[in-house]
Structures are given as structure tokens and as C-alpha cells.
Write a protein that binds this ligand. Structure first.
Ligand SMILES: *Cc1c(COP(=O)(O)O)cnc(C)c1O
Length: 387
């Protein structure tokens, strides 16, 4: 069967896929239907943080599958409660709402911020300031929150109440807060899709100070960077930020769809019975996978993330054909003079899988990628960049 032809005929053509069909593999080594082996520096867009075919995760998922696969949110389920406790302990947040994706986790955070503001400040305080070049998802509210016009085109009218601030411009942020009735400021500590750009300590400090001054909430979108990838448990921790709402997803379920919104002290009780919900949220199989993932994000793993990150930065910062390396931990962007997509295709032909972000190459390897495989992939990148 020609799988690519079936895809082109029967699947909505929303993705510009690379010409490769994955059939299996182990850890950070993926097997292609072409019989070749690939070193994976994308981990399914920051999802498979312990690679594929991870034994402990599969064990956890199978054990839960043998009990029951779903019970609805009408009843209690052990994996959800245990995972919520783990998330709160690691983040010092108070409560968790489980959903199925990053966009939904952000939707929940946006709703929570609006309800908090409506309750504590007044109904007109519905505006949420997000950052230019941000990315928050593909639902109508989260694409409205996304500060990139390219995602807005063709989907008008957008959801009202989002304002976009220029990263690095604290004065403009304050002006927005002075001229609009706001509920929250929403940020990614490192903008992922927008070009792998950290917001920087100064701007992070300004967000926190202005949020306090104007009594608005802060929402950290940790969908891509969260759960260890930054070298801290959550990316905002690198800046010492104290968000009131945190969204996370991608890596949380270890490859099964799982998202979460975390509530801090101010927002812990913003929702009551009936205020929000989702059928598949807190799925016990996904949450069992999540427990396996989260329980392994410890200081030893984070140290390994920082070591691998330092290695990549050291090797590629001054490499021929690489203009700069940006990012944090194991979310790194390479600025190159060649078109990013063509470069990623060339790397694929050399047996290395990467993603792109705007005109950059984006590296999102598994947090436990063996050093030998990482070294081999980095050498391939150097080789292709120098050509
Ligand atoms: C991927 C991503 C999202 C959207 O997550 P989905 O699971 O695709 O809905 C939101 N925010 C950030 C920062 C992301 O990287």
C-alpha cells in the first residue's frame, strides 16, 4: 500500500509533511519505512521526552489499560489524582484541570483569567495581553491569543479581548495596562513557534512587576517548554517568575494526548462545579503515562538536560554556516543563511530529524538522548551547515 498516496487522497492536507513514514524504533532512534534509521532531534515536537518505546512508560500505560480505559469525570480515578498531586508538588501550584491538548489547556487558562477578573475586578476587565510572535494554539480563542497575523488571516472575526505586546518593550506593556481593562498577561518564557526566542530576564521582571502593580494575573504557557525541557521543571522558573495560571501539554502524557492547566493561590478556587469540563480530560490511561513521565523529572535528569544543552551550544555557536544559537535547555534554535525547510530536508537525507520555527532550525531532542547519538547528530548538522 502506498501510504503517502493514501494520506494525500484521504487526509485533510493541513500538514506539509517530510517524505518519511515512521514505522518504529527505540529511544531517539527512529525506523523509517525506507529501511533507514534516523536520529530524532524533534521528539514528535517536544512530546516524546524519553524517546519512543520507553519501557517504564509503556508498562504504566499497559497496567492502567488492563484495569479500565475511561470512566468519565462523573467518578474519581486514581491516576488523575496522583498526577495532579505530582504536578502541584513540582510547581508549587494549588490545583489542576486536565484536558487533552495545549490549546485546550490555554483555553482553560483564558477562561479562568476572565472569570477571576469578572469576579474580582469587574466584567469589563476581560482583556488579555499576549506577546507578539507568541503561539498559543489553533482553536479560535487561542489563535486569537497568538500574536502572529499569519494565523489570523482568513479566520475573522477573531475572539475579542486580546492585545499584543512587543517583547522587550516594558513601557508599551505598561501603556496597554493603563489604557485597557485587563485580566491577565500571557507569555511563553521561550517563544517556540515564534523563533525559539527567550523573553529575557529584564522583560520577565517587567511582566511580573507590572502584573503586580496593575493587579492582573500572569499566565505561563509551558506547553512546549514545560516538564523539564528548559533545564528547570517549568521554563518560567529560570526567570524566577510566579505565574497565577500555567498551561502544559505536549510532553505531559509521554505521547498520549494530555494537557493540564495549573492554578496558583489567587486562582485555585476560581472555578466551581459546572464552570468548565471536557469528556476525555483526566483520562486514566493518559494520566498513568503522565505519572511515569513526571516521576522521572528530577534534578539528575535536569542536570543532564543542561549538560546536553551546553554541549550543543558549544559545538554549534561558532560553527561554519550557523549564524547564532538561541533558546534554553533542549529547546534550541539555529539561525542559518539557508532556507530552514530545505536544510531540514537535507538533514533528513543525512539521517537526522529536526523541526523548524519560522526561518530557524529548531532542536527539541528527547531529554535523555544518549550523548553518542547527540554527538553524531550535531556532527551531521555541522557538516550540512558548512556545505
Ligand atoms: C504546541 C503549542 C500549543 C498548542 O498545543 P496543541 O497540543 O497543539 O493544541 C500551545 N502553546 C505552545 C507554546 C505550543 O508550543
Amino acid at each position: 500500500m502506498d501510504i503517502m498516496a493514501l494520506d494525500h487522497r484521504y487526509i485533510a492536507q493541513t500538514y506539509n509533511r517530510f517524505p518519511l513514514q515512521i514505522t518504529g524504533g527505540c529511544g531517539s532512534l527512529l525506523q523509517g519505512a525506507d529501511g533507514k534509521e534516523y536520529i530524532d532531534l524533534g521528539s514528535g515536537i517536544a512530546v516524546n521526552i524519553f524517546g519512543i518505546n520507553d519501557t517504564a512508560w509503556k508498562e504504566a500505560v499497559k497496567t492502567q489499560l488492563d484495569k479500565f480505559q475511561h470512566c468519565s469525570n462523573l467518578y474519581y480515578n486514581e491516576p488523575a489524582s496522583v498526577l495532579a498531586k505530582l504536578l502541584c508538588e513540582k510547581s508549587k501550584m494549588q490545583r489542576v484541570f486536565f484536558c487533552n491538548s495545549g490549546a485546550e489547556a490555554n483555553e482553560c487558562a483564558i477562561k479562568a483569567a476572565r472569570k477571576w477578573a469578572a469576579t474580582h475586578k469587574g466584567e469589563e476587565y476581560y482583556n488579555i495581553i499576549t506577546l507578539k510572535k507568541s503561539f498559543h494554539g489553533r482553536t479560535l480563542a487561542t489563535l486569537s491569543a497568538t500574536g502572529q497575523e499569519v494565523y489570523h488571516k482568513d479566520y475573522q472575526p477573531l475572539v475579542q479581548g486580546f492585545l499584543y505586546a512587543e517583547v522587550g518593550n516594558a513601557q508599551q506593556l505598561e501603556e496597554l495596562l493603563q489604557t485597557h481593562a485587563c485580566a491577565a498577561i500571557m507569555y511563553e518564557a521561550v517563544q517556540g513557534e515564534g523563533g525559539v526566542m527567550p523573553i529575557g530576564q529584564n522583560y520577565a521582571d517587567a511582566i511580573q512587576a507590572l502584573a503586580d502593580k496593575y493587579n492582573v494575573l500572569t499566565i505561563a504557557d509551558e506547553v512546549q517548554l514545560g516538564n523539564g525541557r528548559s533545564g528547570c521543571f517549568f521554563g518560567y522558573m529560570n526567570y524566577g517568575l510566579k505565574p497565577d495560571l500555567v498551561s502544559t501539554a505536549k510532553s505531559l502524557g509521554g505521547g498520549l494526548p494530555l494537557g493540564a492547566t495549573l492554578f496558583g493561590e489567587k486562582t485555585a478556587n476560581v472555578f466551581s462545579h459546572g464552570d468548565h469540563g471536557t469528556t476525555f480530560g483526566a483520562n486514566p490511561v493518559c494520566c498513568a503515562g503522565g505519572i511515569s513521565i513526571l516521576s522521572r523529572i528530577d534534578e539528575k535528569l535536569l542536570k543532564g538536560v543542561r549538560k546536553r544543552s551546553a554541549y550543543i551550544i558549544r559545538e554549534l555557536s561558532n560553527a561554519k554556516g550557523i549564524l547564532s544559537v538561541s533558546g534554553m535547555g533542549l529547546m534550541l534554535g539555529l539561525e542559518i543563511p539557508q532556507p530552514a525547510r530545505a536544510f531540514a530536508q537535507k538533514l533528513l537525507e543525512h539521517g537526522v530529524l529536526v523541526t523548524t520555527a519560522k526561518d530557524k532550525i529548531r532542536l527539541l531532542p528527547a531529554l535523555n538522548i544518549p550523548m553518542e547519538q547527540l554527538k553524531q547528530a550535531v556532527q551531521s548538522i555541522k557538516h550540512c551547515a558548512a556545505e
